[in-house]
Design a protein around this ligand. Structure first.
Ligand code: NOJ
Length: 543
């Protein structure tokens, strides 16, 4: 496989609303991002994935776009974004834009026209159907944000289709004119010099609603090939598709370079592993660690040479990883470093979600009113109707709700965590006085410097980028260990994924003469005589 720049890169995701407020309206903005580029440069990242900054009524915080070629007022102007691209480029950082083209906002010009009349030229840009003979919804497809995927529009007496909120109508990708307009828009951004796209729920665009097919529609890969040719195919960019329904077989279809589709995808098998079949993330079950190890290992080995993995623990839709899979209390620092070590030595392109690099944690607001997220509110309403108690729902929201990831970045210990001088749009996590960037930068042993070291190691060692993966201790529920190897070297990674001491003896092939400890989360790791791994202890040896 030909080597690509994005294989040895590390990506950092910015959620604009919560990153840094520069004009003190309580909402993060583009100038705030520019002011923190040196911080990101210091961390060592190569790419920023920018969650949507386009004009939007913000019912889903920008994943409901009303104009793809304009910037939301609260985030800044087109000049600001041009400056962000330039300033980032001075630091060798590329910006990749979020491409949300499964749906638009209902305030997009196309939809406003579309709903006017059945013969409006934009009618067919969206998916409209008559009610059934009994006057009911066309079929029983549900929205991912709960409730039916169909909303009745009085004016023309038809239903329109939306896989998310009713204010996010789905585009009709069977319409060539729609596709051409999207490709034009993508080229508009590519011409500005962006480094690629993260493609929102891209596996849903080829839906066939009458056959009740939503994900992985039959024409999906034909459409992606068409998009590739019409837009980024001859440019050296990173494209990553969000695909909740991907298996390794499907992943190869997207990311096998011979097929000319995308660079890589986000798959979610390691995330949804503890979700309920019906209620999903809002009824989580305990994690089966052996299954978890199997899933990670499967993705590592099955994509070898015919595709590429993305590596991530968190994003703006997921809980904070240290709370979810580590220990946000006593062992916060150790467990956050362990999780980083576990992920960053895998084969693939790592993604860091803002705040992860300082070990930000989940938040527990007492009142539902303090939550902003549309998914959280929609599910609360639905699940309470289905018999969940308020207490159960709050517990589920504390564990898996999306606002866990969206509280403002904790920059320092001053009011509003240094994010803004006014009250932020979403409450700051009350732990900001002990967990913040300023403290992290002052402490040589902080989680921040652990991430920085992991990123630097990836740049130094091709083995981390390209080496083969082999899982060790498959049947051990407490230790996640693996080997990466190439023709010359081996890398042994060992992680205690529990808060207990676990008996462990280093394998024979490690000796003080042939090995070098390259990272550890306890500072006094001896090479020999290890009998036990301490809580969340993790390290890597180069052999
Ligand atoms: C996935 C995005 O990550 C999420 O935040 C959004 O709500 C849905 N797609 C709809 O765009």
């Amino acid at each position: 496989m030909e080597k690509k720049w994005w294989q040895s890169s590390v990506v950092y995701q910015i959620y604009p609303r919560s990153f840094k407020d520069s004009n003190n309206d309580g909402i993060g903005d583009i100038n705030g991002m520019i002011s923190k580029l040196d911080y990101l440069d210091d961390l060592g990242i190569d790419v920023i994935w920018l969650s949507p900054v386009y004009s939007s009524p913000m019912c889903d915080n920008g994943y409901d776009i009303s104009n793809y070629r304009d910037i939301a007022d609260e985030y800044g102007t087109m000049d600001d974004i041009d400056r962000l691209i330039q300033e980032a480029s001075k630091r060798n950082i590329k910006i990749i834009m979020d491409l949300v083209v499964n749906h638009t906002s209902d305030e997009h010009f196309w939809f406003k026209e579309s709903r006017k009349s059945k013969d409006n030229p934009y009618r067919d840009y969206y998916i409209w159907r008559d009610p059934t003979d009994d006057g009911l919804v066309p079929n029983d497809i549900d929205s991912i944000f709960s409730g039916p995927a169909w909303t009745f529009d009085e004016l023309t007496g038809q239903y329109y289709f939306h896989l998310f909120d009713r204010r996010q109508p789905d585009l009709n990708w069977e319409n060539k004119e729609v596709r051409d307009k999207i490709y034009d828009m993508m080229n508009f951004w590519l011409d500005k010099g962006v480094g690629g796209f993260r493609m929102d729920v891209i596996d849903l665009i080829a839906k066939e609603v009458d056959r009740k097919i939503t994900g992985n529609g039959p024409r999906l890969h034909t459409l992606l090939k068409e998009m590739n040719i019409a837009t980024f195919g001859d440019r050296d960019v990173l494209t990553v598709g969000e695909t909740w329904g991907a298996t390794p077989e499907i992943a190869k279809m997207y990311s096998d370079p011979k097929r000319n589709e995308l660079s890589m995808i986000f798959q979610f098998e390691h995330i949804t592993i503890d979700w309920d079949e019906v209620y999903g993330k809002f009824k989580p079950k305990p994690l089966d660690m052996l299954e978890f190890k199997k899933v990670i290992s499967k993705w590592q080995t099955e994509l070898t040479d015919e595709g590429w993995n993305s590596l991530f623990w968190s994003n703006h839709d997921l809980p904070r990883i240290v709370s979810k899979r580590g220990d946000e209390g006593l062992y916060r620092v150790e467990s956050a470093k362990m999780l980083a070590t576990l992920l960053h030595f895998l084969k693939g392109t790592p993604y860091i979600f803002q705040g992860e690099e300082i070990g930000m944690t989940n938040v527990k607001f007492d009142s539902l009113e303090d939550y902003d997220d549309i998914e959280t509110h929609n599910f609360y309403k639905k699940n309470i109707k289905d018999g969940f108690s308020h207490e159960d729902m709050m517990k589920a929201i504390w564990e898996n709700g999306r606002d866990n990831a969206r509280t403002p970045i904790q920059w320092d210990s001053t009011a509003n965590a240094g994010f803004s001088s006014t009250k932020p749009w979403l409450k700051v996590n009350p732990n900001y006085k002990t967990i913040n960037v300023e403290l992290a930068l002052e402490d040589d042993n902080s989680i921040f410097y652990h991430y920085k070291r992991l990123i630097a190691l990836r740049k130094e060692m091709d083995l981390i980028v390209y080496g083969d993966f082999q899982l060790l201790l498959e049947e051990d529920p407490s230790i996640f260990a693996y080997i990466r190897s190439d023709a010359e070297n081996k890398l042994l990674v060992v992680c205690n994924v529990t808060g207990n001491e676990i008996p462990f003896i280093l394998p024979d092939f490690i000796s003080p003469i042939n090995s070098r400890l390259i990272i550890t989360n306890y500072n006094d790791q001896p090479l020999k005589d290890i009998q036990n791994l301490r809580p969340y202890e993790s390290f890597a040896y180069l052999i």
